[in-house]
Design a protein around this ligand. Structure first.
Ligand code: FAD
Length: 558
């Protein structure tokens, strides 16, 4: 994808629909609208997925814990979408086996758990990857010997799915562009003017060059997640705030520190909230916290209290792990764009606010979509584009067809058999000197498009080298990201095209230098530019690592 070409279109063309926000909500809506034949623009102020959509628990799930709040419609929708995403994005989304251990001192007993599990199966119309199974204490400990045995009553085994969140967003952006949308990252909307209706004049600024201009669009969709209320204000919308965002923090440790195989959902002994311990390659992702957040969305970062809570809860479940702050390789936080008025909004506590989504329509064709989750994003897009299509039809603007996003594969997802694809890629990758772990990662990230990445290696054999020794990313991915995936800055590659930033810890500087070297060669960066890129990436890393100072202050008793 060539950003300059997309910018030129955004300078010269008018659009039926202009979407503000390139997280999962905006990206799925852009894909849907473009596929229906609407002239569509997708504008992202930062990088695609830089907001909440790269800071999730990376689950595609029905949402077991929503059963507690009787949000059956949400679980039903999540289960349907899980099945669809496994079909249209089989490279990004894969089945994940969960265990739910229960304890004498917990809120959930065996009967309640079994009933909940039956309901979870039923709400997926018994078409989940496998049906749940109840396990005795011994059966659980046999599978996971590191679990706390004390007070263990048994538990359940069931399935959900895991996804690379940032790459799911990117695949939707690419699909939108391939269906005809004009897409741009680092293009910020600063004003939406509706005075000359019909149509909006949307003032934009290119954050790379500083250039400003206006784009005309009949309909504008505000899909800016935690920024929803700020964006509504840019359009002069004076309604009450829609959002009540909460901060969710994750930490990542090396998986051998816990030694688990399965994904876990469990009740935190600290406050009884449901948490996850999730395998992610050789790592473990632990999350999340859930606290109301005030302040700018872009400043959200993990706190010392967040990390302490996650460590304490995990150590209770796996006593021998004895995790300490020094085990934490990385931590990051995101804001859930929770909607105050969602279906079944709870009693006001953080975990009680509904995960449902809301669409608001102003009289002048300014739409807002907020809330929801990664899992339900395709369905959210279908619903909001249906509403926009109705609105556009009144202005005699008609699309070409109906929504087809539930059955058309995402880019790279056009295959039936993952093992066959893996075997094909393995043969080629081995010939080019790429190891097995990197090959698996390539298939997961690019699916059938892995061949395009391997073509780069065939042209320049040094691109077979690992981005960083011991991690399964190859240098060709950096070039591919810059050339085909609109990665403009070092941080785009370290944080979202790959997850290198979260996986390097003490070697972060090293990762920056190696990656910047490949980007410089591809994009013609000067030495000064390389230094500036590294400085910027390090400042982001420092923001997410600042909690360590908080913990050491505690240790000093200050
Ligand atoms: P965002 O991803 O934040 O995107 C909004 C975008 O708008 C941003 O990129 C921002 O830069 C852009 N923007 C803002 N202002 C402007 C402007 N003026 N001009 C242009 N662009 C602008 N869901 C799941 O299904 N599974 C999970 O496991 C899961 N785990 C989660 C864990 C945590 C801790 C959190 C916080 C959420 C989790 N979710 C999960 C929910 C899911 O991640 C979010 O619902 C989803 O990512 C929100 O996407 P979004 O596109 O609405 O917002």
């Amino acid at each position: 994808m060539d950003r300059a070409e997309h910018l030129e279109r955004l300078r010269t063309e008018a659009f039926d629909l202009l979407i503000i926000g390139g997280g999962i909500t905006g990206a799925t809506a852009a894909r849907d609208a473009a596929r229906r034949g609407y002239r569509t623009a997708l504008l992202e102020a930062r990088d695609f997925a830089e907001g909440t959509s790269s800071r999730s628990s990376r689950l595609i799930h029905g949402g077991l814990r929503y059963l507690e709040h009787f949000e059956f419609d949400l679980v039903f929708e999540g289960s349907q979408e899980r099945r669809r995403l496994l079909r249209i994005a089989p490279h990004h989304v894969r089945p994940l086996e969960f265990l739910f251990p229960i304890y004498q001192d917990g809120k959930v007993g065996r009967v309640k758990l079994d009933a909940g599990m039956w309901l979870y199966d039923a709400l997926s119309l018994f078409r989940n990857i496998e049906r749940h199974q109840m396990l005795s204490e011994d059966e659980l400990l046999e599978r996971e010997p590191g679990l706390r045995a004390d007070g263990l009553l048994g538990g359940a085994r069931y399935f959900d799915a895991q996804v690379d969140d940032a790459r799911l967003v990117l695949s939707n952006v690419i699909a939108a562009a391939e269906a005809g949308a004009a897409v741009a990252n680092r293009l910020e909307v600063c004003e939406v003017d509706t005075r000359d209706w019909p149509g909006h004049t949307v003032r934009v600024v290119d954050r790379e060059s500083g250039e400003e201009w206006s784009v005309d669009a009949l309909v504008v969709l505000n899909a800016t997640g935690p920024w929803t209320d700020c964006t509504a204000a840019l359009a002069g919308v004076k309604d009450d705030p829609m959002l009540q965002p909460t901060r969710g923090t994750h930490i990542q440790v090396s998986r051998d520190r816990i030694g688990h195989e399965h994904a876990f959902i469990f009740e935190s002994p600290v406050d009884g909230r449901v948490m996850f311990v999730l395998p992610w390659r050789d790592f473990t992702l632990i999350g999340t916290t859930d606290d109301f957040h005030e302040g700018r969305p872009q400043d959200v970062a993990p706190t010392a209290d967040d990390v302490r809570y996650l460590l304490e809860s995990t150590n209770h479940l796996f006593p021998d792990a004895d995790l300490a702050a020094s085990d934490v390789l990385s931590a990051w936080a995101g804001l859930r764009p929770l909607v105050v008025e969602g279906r079944g909004s709870g009693d006001g506590a953080e975990g009680e606010v509904s995960r449902d989504f809301v669409v608001r329509q102003e009289p002048m064709g300014f739409f807002t979509i907020a809330g929801g989750k990664l899992t339900s994003s395709r369905a959210m897009a279908e619903q909001v584009v249906d509403q926009i299509a109705e609105f556009l039809a009144q202005a005699d603007v008609k699309g070409k067809g109906k929504c087809d996003t539930a059955r058309v594969p995402l880019p790279g997802g056009d295959f039936e058999d993952l093992e066959a694809l893996h075997a094909h890629v393995s043969t080629r990758a081995a010939d080019l000197g790429i190891d097995a772990a990197a090959t698996t990662r390539l298939v997961r990230a690019y699916g059938t498009r892995t061949d395009d990445v391997l073509d780069l290696v065939r042209e320049s054999r040094e691109l077979a080298a690992p981005m960083l020794e011991g991690l399964p990313y190859v240098a060709a991915e950096v070039v591919y990201a810059a050339r085909c995936e609109l990665a403009l800055h070092l941080e785009d590659v370290l944080y979202r095209r790959t997850h290198l930033a979260m996986e390097t810890h003490a070697r972060f500087r090293n990762a920056c230098e190696r990656t910047a070297g490949f980007m410089a060669a591809e994009l013609g960066w000067s030495e000064d530019r390389v230094a500036a890129e590294i400085e910027r990436a390090e400042s982001l890393y420092a923001r997410d690592d600042a909690w360590r100072a908080g913990l050491s202050t505690d240790a000093n008793g200050e």
